[in-house]
Design a protein around this ligand. Structure first.
Ligand code: FES
Ligand SMILES: [Fe+2]
Length: 432
């Protein structure tokens, strides 16, 4: 069971919090590259309870900084994005993407102290069509993580942002909770309503799977399995990656390249950022990935701190639940797995009451992952110990999720590595 004190650590990610500090050791996918236009409008970004402003300068570089002007705290969101910098409209101070003060327009030249003033800027990079931000120690910036779905050329990656009005924790835990698929995402006969076209056609089996769980160099992984009729085991392997990534096993492991970040905006809002590689997805074989990648039912984006990528079906309209369908066809009565997941996790409240829960054997992955996160946050806070893979971004490459069949007596991690090494001969992996 998760205690009150543990729940507090797991769900608080603002400045100075233990989990917030842990998250600041990693790069964070924050906005679609297309949201920022050279010399275009600045964008409000809420990340880890910090109010930031993002802009693209005349040269195409991205700046992400505290939205408060370091002069007298007016918001740079209202600034002028002009000639390689953003200019505060209160007294005309201007800053480049690194936060350097380029001009102190209301101060006579003899008294100018612009070299002593810096806006609080964070490192930003672009990869896979997404702007990434590093909010930790700006003098010690790691490389971007080798998460496979973000490594392919931009044109092959489909990045999808969807906001959820609840804690990042309960959101991502839905993605490592495999047994819910046979209920929430199924029809009344227990067949997954997204998986029937898969080559394995095993969408109806997984209501009571057995599990193996392991810690990895970059997070945790589980294998959910059941015996096949021909003497093997059918495995679904999935990963949690520090600090907030999940890889769901929604396709055959040989070609299923996808990852999803659950980025805390504040403690009761998160942005899921889905990276899926379109190149390897064959028509009809992976409708779950398609479900995320094709989600388009958004409210129009606004400039509000929480105005980006909100689902049009939401708590305010009960996610458009169809009670007649719920009686006759679908388990939930809600259309599509994105909304089904959104509904259950938001229905827990802004921050779920973790001590109120009764975790079951089917929740082992959640329990192990929480423990690992708590240990890592505690070690960082107490001794400055570097959290998993924070300094070794190449370690993330071991992770891919998907399903496969292996001989009954095969070790699941050996079988996993073998399948993956066959699929990716150019870069071999091993556990342990
Ligand atoms: S508050 Fe920004 S220039 Fe004065
Ligand atoms: Fe789900």
């Amino acid at each position: 069971m998760t205690t009150e004190a543990e729940a507090e650590i797991l769900t608080r990610t603002g400045p100075g919090s233990a989990m917030g500090e842990l998250m600041r050791q990693y790069w964070i996918p924050a906005a679609a590259s297309g949201e920022l236009v050279a010399d275009g409008d600045p964008v409000r970004l809420m990340l880890l309870s910090e109010k930031l402003v993002a802009f693209r300068d005349s040269s195409g570089r991205v700046g992400v900084m505290d939205h408060r002007c370091p002069h007298r705290c007016a918001s740079l969101f209202f600034g002028r994005n002009e000639e390689d910098g953003i200019r505060c409209v209160y007294h005309g101070w201007k800053f480049d993407v690194e936060g350097n003060c380029m001009d102190m327009a209301n101060v006579p030249p003899a008294q100018d102290f612009k070299h002593k003033v810096k806006a609080k800027a964070y490192a930003a990079r672009e990869r896979a069509g997404v702007v990434w931000v590093f909010m930790g120690d700006q003098s010690n910036i790691p490389a971007l993580p080798d998460i496979e779905a973000t490594l392919t050329p931009d044109a092959e990656v489909n990045a999808v942002f969807i906001q959820r009005e609840c804690s990042y924790l309960q959101s991502f835990e839905g993605s490592i909770d495999t047994s819910h698929a046979g209920f929430l995402h199924s029809d009344l006969a227990g067949r997954l309503n997204f998986d029937t076209a898969s080559p394995d056609k095993r969408g109806d089996f997984i209501r009571q799977p057995e599990y193996e769980i392991t810690e990895t160099k970059c997070g945790t992984a589980y294998g959910a399995y059941h015996p096949t009729e021909d003497g093997g085991n059918y495995w679904r392997v999935a990963h949690f990656l520090f600090p907030f990534w999940t890889l769901s096993p929604t396709g055959p492991i040989d070609g299923h390249v996808a990852a999803r970040a659950w980025v805390p905006m504040d403690d009761t809002h998160n942005m899921s950022v889905y990276f899926g590689v379109t190149r390897k997805r064959k028509a009809g074989t992976n409708r779950l990935a398609g479900g995320v990648a094709n989600f388009t039912d958004f409210e129009p984006n606004t400039t509000d701190w929480f105005g980006r990528w909100r689902s049009a079906a939401n708590a305010g309209n009960d996610y458009r639940i169809d009670r007649a369908k719920q009686r006759t066809e679908s388990y939930s009565g809600i259309e599509g797995l994105i909304l089904q997941d959104t509904m259950v996790t938001e229905s827990m409240g802004g921050i779920a009451d973790l001590p109120f829960e009764h975790l079951a054997p089917s929740d082992q992955m959640i329990a192990v992952t929480r423990r690992r996160m708590l240990q890592a946050a505690d070690a960082l806070a107490k001794s400055g110990a570097r959290p998993p893979a924070a300094d070794t971004p190449e370690d993330f490459f071991i992770a891919r999720s998907g399903y496969f069949v292996a001989p009954r007596d095969a070790n699941w991690l050996d079988a996993y590595c073998q399948r993956l090494n066959e699929a990716r001969p150019e870069r071999q992996i091993a556990f342990g």
